[in-house]
Design a protein around this ligand. Structure first.
Ligand code: ATP
Length: 263
């Protein structure tokens, strides 16, 4: 479990970015949402120990983040930052993904095994020799996930994983996330994209001004007055509600519901 207990965070300039947030997650896909400046990144950085709580406690599978280094925690919680292309520096994909495990001091055989597994998990087999710079946005995003996966973390934090990607690249990233979830990973998705929340999340955590204002199922989240939080309901839901079929999660579900009504 990733667990935050009454976490407060005050930055050096006195800004209170988190005000008593409690939250826990296991093997599930949780969307972390909220307006700009609501504390999403600050909370996420607590979950892998990059930030320590000013007050309260954060544990990762029972390990208190205050008592462990970021390097230790990175084998439990992987963090894929926004705009991952800035993180690549190796000449090919193999070396890029191998970098983390090699740094752990693992033998070459184990390193190769991890690279193979991580690239397969994100459907990038056969890319070993490619230069990261020559890859598309969606491929780079999946490569960034593979680099973090090679550390074999149980939990993954993905910051805006589909922003700036076209529909096809987005759906390849979404497929990769689903696959990881089915293999027992817990995934925290930081996003402003309500379509992505509708499509992928199992639960939503909503922050506003450093406080948790909602934590619950996706359907319940979309029944909130989202405008109050600078968020918009997905078009798909507006259409389904307008058509009187209620909550759906995909165009296919909407079509099925409409076909059912017509019968
Ligand atoms: N290093 C820092 N020093 C001081 N204040 C900071 C620092 N980082 C963030 N803040 C402030 O803390 C608050 C929460 O910021 P945070 O980045 O966690 O929000 P966010 O929800 O991730 O925002 P966004 O959606 O814009 O990425 C904001 O008011 C921000 O200005």
């Amino acid at each position: 479990m990733l667990r935050a207990e009454d976490v407060w965070h005050v930055y050096e300039n006195g800004r209170e970015a988190l005000k008593g947030v409690s939250f826990e997650m296991g093997e599930e896909i949780v969307a972390l949402v909220g307006p700009n400046g609501s504390g999403k990144t600050t909370l996420a950085k607590h979950l892998n120990g990059l930030l320590k709580p000013t007050r309260g406690r954060v544990t990762v599978d029972g390990m208190d983040t205050r008592e462990h280094t970021v390097a230790e925690l990175s084998t439990k919680v992987g963090y894929v930052f926004q705009n991952p292309e800035h993180m690549f520096f190796e000449e090919n994909v193999f070396r890029e993904v191998a970098f983390g495990p090699r740094n752990l001091g693992l033998g070459e055989e184990e390193v190769e095994e991890r690279v193979r597994w991580a690239l397969r998990a994100v459907n990038l087999e056969g890319y070993w020799e490619r230069t990261p710079y020559s890859m598309s946005g969606g491929e780079k995003q999946r490569l960034a996930i593979a680099c973090v996966l090679a550390m074999r973390p149980k939990y993954l934090i993905l910051d805006e994983p589909t922003t700036g990607l076209d529909a096809r690249s987005s759906s390849s990233v979404i497929d990769a996330v689903r696959k990881l979830r089915s293999e027992g990973h817990g995934i925290l998705l930081i996003t402003h994209d309500m379509d992505l929340v509708l499509e992928l999340a199992e639960r939503v955590l909503l922050l506003h001004d450093g406080r948790k204002v909602f934590d619950g199922p996706v359907e319940e989240f979309f029944s909130l007055e989202l405008h109050d939080f600078g968020l918009e309901k997905p078009e798909l839901l507006r259409i389904s509600e307008g058509a009187g079929v209620g909550f759906v999660r995909s165009v296919r579900e909407l079509v099925d519901a409409l076909a059912g009504d017509a019968r």
